[in-house]
Design a protein around this ligand. Structure first.
Ligand code: MLT
Length: 278
């Protein structure tokens, strides 16, 4: 059964001590093979509300707040994708649930790719949504570092507010203003140190295109056709470089397919999970 985007999933909040003595907050629902859902920037686990409900019939869905976001603790000054990935690995070790399916949206996809490079034995499959394997251009890096400085100087709300309109498609916002408001609130409640640390970490993330041909895990790549932040062509190019991958375009939605059209997103993911080798 697919739950509508308005239904609240039954989920178990948990906390887990990582080896670095940081406490990662996570929520989980369902049972079966573990699927870790990694949110984007600047988001938290509530991005996956409709997946905690709609995928729970097929998987144990674990949705952490990456360090510095949601209920997870203060980050280092710069949070590299590697540092987030190591936190996730520690969380999975503690839950005794590897290998797992890693599902990452945008920055969560950067973290999933870092995880796959560091801990390939812990990856059962990848679901990479609205993301890419390339590094920032020098201009994009400079823009991010300038944003991080503004956030550190007390302008977090203004910086995040500027990001809100590009997150979802105009049509999605018109069709579902409540959804758009939930996304805006989720973004605005993220703590400034976490936002700044993620911006610095994304600015320094490496280009991972060279490692894609060696990623043999079954991979599903998904984009929204109206994504202007990471155009679908970039996600498709990443998928094409991976030997065991499939690319799906969800029409009419922007950067957040799991939120803008959870029914379509969950359907594609459930089909992918059903076909995974046991
Ligand atoms: C995200 O949604 O995580 C961000 O758009 C990623 C980025 O800024 O590269």
């Amino acid at each position: 059964m697919l739950l509508s985007r308005f239904e609240t999933p039954r989920s178990n909040p948990g906390r887990f001590m990582t080896q670095r003595r940081t406490t990662l907050h996570y929520v989980e629902a369902g049972g079966g093979p573990t699927l870790v859902a990694l949110h984007g920037f600047p988001h938290d686990h509530t991005l996956w509300q409709a997946q905690l409900g709609g995928l729970a019939e097929a998987a144990r869905v674990v949705a952490p707040d990456l360090r510095g976001f949601g209920g997870s603790p203060a980050p280092d000054e710069t949070m590299s994708m590697r540092a987030y990935a190591t936190d996730v690995r520690n969380l999975l070790r503690g839950l005794n649930t590897t290998p797992a399916v890693l599902m990452g949206l945008s920055m969560g996809g950067y973290v999933a790719l870092a995880f796959a490079a560091l801990f390939p034995e812990a990856v059962r499959a990848l679901i990479l949504c609205s993301t890419r394997a390339t590094a920032d251009s020098p201009e994009a890096r400079a823009r991010r570092l300038a944003l991080a400085r503004r956030v550190a100087e007390g302008e977090a709300a203004a910086v995040v507010t500027e990001m809100v309109p590009a997150m979802t498609a105009d049509a999605s916002r018109r069709a579902d203003p409540e959804m758009a408001e939930r996304v805006r609130q989720m973004m605005l409640r993220q703590p400034a140190p976490g936002v700044a640390a993620a911006l610095r970490g994304m600015a320094e993330r490496p280009d991972r295109q060279g490692s894609l041909p060696a990623l043999r895990a079954p991979t599903l790549a998904i984009s929204g056709s109206a994504d202007t932040l990471i155009p679908p062509e970039e996600t498709e190019a990443m998928a094409r470089a991976m030997p065991n991958s499939r690319f799906v375009l969800i029409p009419g939605v922007g950067h957040l397919p799991p939120v803008e059209n959870p029914e379509a997103f969950n359907k594609v993911v459930l089909e992918f999970l059903a076909r995974l080798p046991a």
